[in-house]
Design a protein around this ligand. Structure first.
Ligand code: NDP
Length: 448
């Protein structure tokens, strides 16, 4: 599969241990693709068994969470925390609450997080956690009970200088609040152990908006560099209607783009003249409302229950912001056929590897989530700095810092891709640039 015997050996080894972990194997395969260029030039990587040490998590916790629902019935869920790599800083990465959560998905997310965090330039290692608990059909009381039961186990393994979780899919400010509150009760310490906290207890302005806004700032840099253009007048698809999608759509509109399609698990809606984002936000903020209800007010909107059909909507730029593996090869072909020239990932690995390769072969400029969705974790890093210094910065200050960080991430990915011979390959740039810092730290820290 790879030209390098070393890379083939690593992949076969990981496959023999984790053969059924599809998402994790995909992430490893995508990363090793980019290492081809480096391992040939630098024999020290193999000599020091850097990749062997990188592809196995430093620590994985799996535990049972038992709790009592509103009907007095005992419920049991699986829960995890993956501490993947701490070479450049304390583990940092979100918590995901979703029925689909398993070890493979969390390991893939934690692995990606290592390089994403490295690209931000902030001292953060890679981690991720979560549970197969589905908050969507639970009451507030049940969510609180679950978060407390989860924290009763998790608090042993986290801390402001050790592992700092944050939000992700199904895990927002409410869940952070319940978890943080219980951590405080158990440890008797008011410490910055979570990011994405409420503003009243140590949170940072712009954290809620950061991933979506950061994605648009990254796209602005892509357009400037590759097309000498801007978002003004561009037709954009943003999949999802969650935290990342909503703020990406709102920022894209602010920057002059027209958001022509959005989605959720129930389906997608599309309108070539642009969607009413305020109505979508209202639907998204209400519990258990489907995006398809948009047609109650706008009966002529195009809609459908197959989420993949969103990629058949004509656009200039696609921003997949819902979940992993949203764009398969057929979706990629539809986008290319309809003239889409740029795909920027807001979610983590929403594009299947085959589809990424198809985009590159067909001249579509593609950015991987580990670079273009790094805005969230960047502002989390800024939240940690504010907590450590007992400060809180203004919205404008944090937004300016976010813009600067996203520009730096784009520049480092672009410059690295160019140095390695393919300036349009931002995945290559992101993987190599993210890896280099982690590699240097691992070498310096010795065999541990
Ligand atoms: P949310 O839970 O806020 O929103 C997820 C959205 O995606 C929901 O609207 C959900 O639909 C929709 N969705 C889920 N599965 C599908 C599907 N198969 N097809 C269409 N829509 C779907 O999560 P976030 O916005 O926080 O996270 C989204 C992605 O971004 C994830 O991959 C996450 O890992 C990544 N990410 C998030 C960051 C953050 O700061 N939040 C940071 C970096 C990456 P419904 O409304 O019906 O539930």
């Amino acid at each position: 599969m790879y030209k390098s015997a070393y890379l083939n050996r690593i992949y076969d080894w990981i496959q023999s241990m984790n053969g059924c972990e599809k998402e994790f194997l995909n992430a490893i395969e995508e990363f090793l693709d980019s290492m081809e260029y480096l391992v040939e030039k630098d024999p020290n990587i193999e000599k020091n068994q850097i990749l062997e040490r990188l592809v196995i998590p430093e620590r994985v916790f799996q535990f049972r969470v038992s709790w009592v629902d509103d009907n007095g019935k005992i419920q049991v869920n699986n829960a995890y925390r993956i501490q993947f790599n701490s070479a450049i800083g304390p583990y940092k990465g979100g918590m995901r609450f979703d029925k689909s959560v398993n070890l493979s998905i969390l390991k893939f997310l934690a692995f990606e997080q290592i390089f994403k965090n490295s690209l931000t330039g902030l001292p953060m290692g890679g981690g991720k956690g979560g549970s197969d608990f589905d908050p969507r059909d639970k009451s507030d009381n049940e969510i609180m009970k679950f978060c407390q039961a989860y924290m009763a186990e998790l608090y042993h393994f986290i801390g402001p200088d050790m592992d700092v979780p944050a939000g992700d899919l199904g895990f927002g400010a409410r869940e952070v609040g319940y978890m943080f509150g219980y951590y405080k009760k158990l440890t008797k310490e008011h410490k910055g152990v979570f990011t994405g906290k409420g503003l009243a207890f140590g949170g940072s302005l712009v954290r809620t908006e950061a991933t979506g806004y950061g994605l648009c700032y990254f796209v602005m840099e892509m357009l400037k560099k590759y097309k000498n253009d801007s978002l003004k007048g561009k037709k954009v698809i943003v999949s999802g209607k969650g935290n990342v999608a909503m703020y990406a759509a709102l920022k894209a509109r602010e920057l002059g783009a027209t958001v022509v399609a959005m989605s959720d698990r129930s389906g997608y809606i599309a309108c070539d003249d642009g969607l009413d984002l305020d109505l979508i936000k209202e639907i998204a903020n209400a519990k258990r409302r489907s995006i398809l209800e948009y047609s109650d007010k706008y009966p002529s909107v195009i809609k459908g229950s197959n989420v993949h059909d969103i990629w058949g909507v004509k656009c200039d730029i696609a921003m997949p912001c819902a979940t992993q593996n949203e764009i398969n090869i057929d979706d990629a072909k539809k986008l290319v056929k309809n003239g889409c020239f740029m795909v920027a990932e807001g979610a983590n690995m929403p594009t299947e590897l085959e589809a990424v390769r198809y985009f590159m072969e067909n001249g579509v400029i593609f950015s991987p989530g580990k670079a273009s969705n790094a805005g969230g974790v960047s502002v989390s890093g800024l939240e940690m700095s504010q907590n450590a210094e007992h400060l809180s910065w203004s919205f404008k200050q944090v937004d300016e810092m976010l813009k600067e960080i996203m520009k730096n991430i784009f520049d480092v990915c672009y410059n690295t891709a160019k140095e390695f011979g393919d300036e349009t390959n931002l995945s290559l740039g992101a993987n190599i640039a993210g890896f280099k810092k982690v590699y240097a730290a691992m070498l310096a820290e010795g065999v541990i």
